[in-house]
Design a protein. Structure first.
Lengths: 200, 295
């Protein structure tokens, strides 16, 4: 068998292999898939990749991903601008929006504080959040951060930043997951659920 | 010969660190009671569907871990096969200074212990420190006690009661991390790496050290040769690797009986680690903010 390498195919495989979770075999499968499909499919794929790089920006108000600034949520006058949901990543906005229960607006921190990993306040959009609250009209800031140690540390840091301002700071309830069983709950889940029990 | 038999190891553990390995897996650094520091990969932990990990493993979690390892004392990465959180330590998450105190404690433990090298007393001290930090209104007391326990456990506890060069118990003036303890004013001129220590700091350290060893505090306290009413700043005079001066202690507002001992032990720990612990400045700055009326 010839040992000749098809340069363009090898290059495509190399590019796929750079994607997260894609190993050499998956990269090869994807490259052959593109090769088998019509030229128009390859053009659409290439266009979609270029479009996402060219068109997607961060909203200058909330830092969520958007194609226009301000984003549709920030510019929607039917949303409650006095209620800001603070989240770590744009993915969290999509998840919360899918609940259909949030009528306020968002603020994306673009991460969380992780001092042991060198992530400091200046690496997040904390100053912009403080400026938004300081500008007035904000009634409640909901710290919807991941309930991890770093998430909780970030929430406490924000609390200290906003402490002097006239705003209510809340966070979503935590504890037992709906649909789960108490038998399988961890000590942390149980402690949060017991401490945060609510009247019914 | 390489032993290929896989051993299952079950132990109590505290999570010292975690690093993303792939989209779904993480490498977790555990500090276990019977086996010391163990690095293990938790496959699929970020997917959230694995029953054995329930809701993931977080930094500072305390629980029961089962890992499979090719060799108990091998260098290879073990694999987490089971994890059950047993203690929530939820109080830690109520105050930023508690989180920073706990993170400092795990940072220095992770850095100054070796893999598969058990330190049962240190594990117990770590558990006790995390429990204490859940309730304290001032973290440095617990942190300083843990610094001493860690240094004692790894065999690097400095000598505070007498000069490391001439064993004189009087006129103790500077601390040398390289020499491993206090140096008197007669031996001090020959020291390149040194740091001035206030009488108050030295006496507090002596008390803490004596208390830890069960001796009556100040029963044989060393004589510093300085007026104990005069607070000599703990500013560094030598070539400390981190170049940090006597941070919080230079601010009279944040003077605390534990700031000096913390700073001095952190200086020694920085030398042992080869760098300053990241959480040290955080811990001190959050103290400053609290004392100034914030956080």
């Amino acid at each position: 068998m010839s040992g000749e390498t098809i340069q363009s195919l090898a290059h495509l495989k190399e590019q796929f292999q750079k994607l997260p979770g894609i190993g050499p075999r998956s990269a090869e499968r994807l490259a052959f898939h593109v090769l088998r499909e019509p030229r128009e499919y390859a053009a659409q794929l290439a266009r979609a990749i270029i479009d996402v790089k060219d068109k997607v920006i961060h909203c200058t108000t909330c830092y969520n991903l958007t194609e226009r600034d301000p984003c549709p949520i920030c510019s929607n006058h039917n949303r409650d601008q006095g209620e800001i949901w603070v989240v770590e990543q744009p993915n969290d906005v999509m998840t919360l929006e899918s609940s259909g229960l949030i009528h306020g607006v968002y603020h994306v921190l673009m991460g969380h504080l992780a001092p042991l990993e060198g992530v400091e306040p200046e690496n997040l959009t904390l100053d912009a959040l403080v400026d938004r609250v300081r500008a007035g009209g904000v009634r409640e800031v909901v710290l919807a951060l991941n309930p991890t140690l770093d998430g909780d540390g970030t929430a406490l840091h924000i609390q200290s930043l906003l402490g002097e301002l006239d705003v209510t700071i809340t966070r979503p309830a935590r504890g037992l997951a709906v649909g789960s069983q108490i038998e399988y709950a961890t000590a942390g889940m149980l402690e949060s659920a017991i401490r945060g029990r609510a009247p019914m | 010969m390489y032993d290929t038999v896989m051993a299952l190891i079950a132990d109590q553990a505290v999570v010292l660190a975690k690093v993303d390995y792939s989209e779904t897996s993480q490498v977790i650094v555990f500090f276990t009671r019977e086996h010391g520091k163990v690095r293990a990969i938790a496959k699929g932990i970020k997917r959230g569907t694995k029953k054995r990990f329930a809701v993931g493993i977080d930094l500072l979690d305390v629980g029961h871990v089962v890992v499979s390892s090719r060799r108990e004392r091998g260098a290879a990465l073990a694999t987490v096969t089971e994890w059950k959180q047993t203690t929530a330590n939820a109080g830690l998450r109520e105050k930023l200074f508690r989180i920073y105190g706990a993170q400092y404690v795990v940072e220095i433990t992770a850095s100054l212990t070796e893999d598969w090298d058990p330190h049962i007393e240190l594990f117990n001290a770590l558990m006790a420190t995390l429990r204490q930090l859940c309730e304290v209104s001032e973290p440095l007391t617990s942190v300083v006690r843990f610094q001493l326990a860690l240094l004692d456990s790894i065999g690097s506890l400095p000598r505070f009661e007498s000069c490391v060069q001439c064993s004189r118990r009087e006129d103790l003036l500077v601390f040398s991390s390289f020499e491993g303890g206090m140096v008197c004013k007669h031996c001090e001129p020959g020291q390149v790496e040194k740091r001035h220590v206030s009488p108050a700091t030295l006496e507090r350290l002596w008390d803490l050290h004596s208390a830890a060893e069960g001796a009556p505090p100040q029963a044989t306290a060393p004589h510093t040769g300085l007026d104990p009413t005069v607070d000599v700043s703990d500013a560094g005079t030598g070539s400390h690797a981190s170049g940090r001066p006597g941070r919080a202690s230079s601010n009279p507002k944040v003077q605390s009986e534990y700031v000096g001992p913390f700073d001095l032990l952190d200086y020694h720990i920085s030398h042992l680690m080869g760098r300053a612990p990241r959480m040290a400045s955080k811990l001190v700055s959050v103290q400053v903010r609290r004392r100034a009326g914030g956080g």
